[in-house]
Design a protein around this ligand. Structure first.
Ligand code: 13P
Length: 234
């Protein structure tokens, strides 16, 4: 399976501006499937800047219904209309900041699928869960509650304590969790690793079994860093 490198800009713009970022990506020889996930207002301009390239566009959230009185929310159908083929759902920052439950994450993933948008469903343990030896159980519970009944979906394993901290699990620990997730899901869905993926650690992480790509936060804000990660994808 071809690896996926997805960039999650979170609530940031890219460092060099959309046109320069898109230009750098569109001219790079890429083996991986690339998905860039900017904030909502940048979806349409980035879509225009990437037109004609193979780089895909993702959003960072969607609502669980297709339309209605939900001030401030965005429906998956609207993301599709803006050019998004993917959407991140259940990121730990949304589970924390917006109290999103597994059931809500599943409903969002299903809404995305109905709109023809592939959900990237995030799971990951807290530091306390890991220290108590409960990482795998925590992740399996999130998967059981968050995954839709049908494909397509992508799973992103992001240990919460590794996000934005520069800390990562050991390679053995990443491999073990990915093997656990693989056993709990379909053989064909991608399982991405996320949490402090950088150019310096990407080769080792992307070489692990059942690591089918990476979901990259901070290092996706410059095209150069994201490409320095993507070069290690197979
Ligand atoms: P960092 O790569 O900045 O640790 O963020 C990971 C992440 O949360 C991607 O969704």
């Amino acid at each position: 399976m071809k690896q996926i490198i997805a960039g999650n800009w979170k609530m940031n713009n890219c460092a060099e501006g959309i046109e320069a970022y898109a230009k750098a990506l569109r001219h790079a020889p890429l083996r991986a499937e690339m998905i860039i996930c900017p904030p909502f207002p940048l979806l349409a301009p980035l879509h225009a800047a990437l037109a004609g390239s193979l780089i895909k566009l993702g959003a960072q959230d969607c609502h669980s219904v297709a339309a209605g009185p939900h001030t401030g929310d965005v429906a998956a159908t609207m993301l599709a209309a803006a050019g998004a083929s993917h959407v991140i759902v259940g990121h730990s920052e949304r589970r924390t900041d917006h109290h999103e439950t597994n059931a809500l994450v599943r409903a969002k993933a299903e809404a995305a699928q109905q709109a023809g948008v592939i959900p990237i469903i995030c799971v990951g343990e807290t530091e306390a869960q890991r220290d108590a030896g409960h990482a795998a159980a925590a992740i399996l519970a999130q998967l059981a509650g968050s995954l839709p009944a049908t494909l397509p979906y992508i799973i992103a394993y992001e240990p919460i304590w590794a996000i934005g901290t520069g800390k990562t699990p050991t390679l053995d620990d990443i491999a073990a969790i990915h093997a656990t997730i693989r056993d709990a899901t379909s053989p064909t869905s991608h399982i991405l690793y996320g949490g402090s993926v950088k150019p310096a650690n990407a080769a080792a992480i992307l070489a692990l079994p059942h690591v089918n790509g990476a979901l990259v936060g901070g290092a996706s804000l410059t095209a150069a860093d994201l490409l320095a990660i993507a070069i290690h994808a197979t």
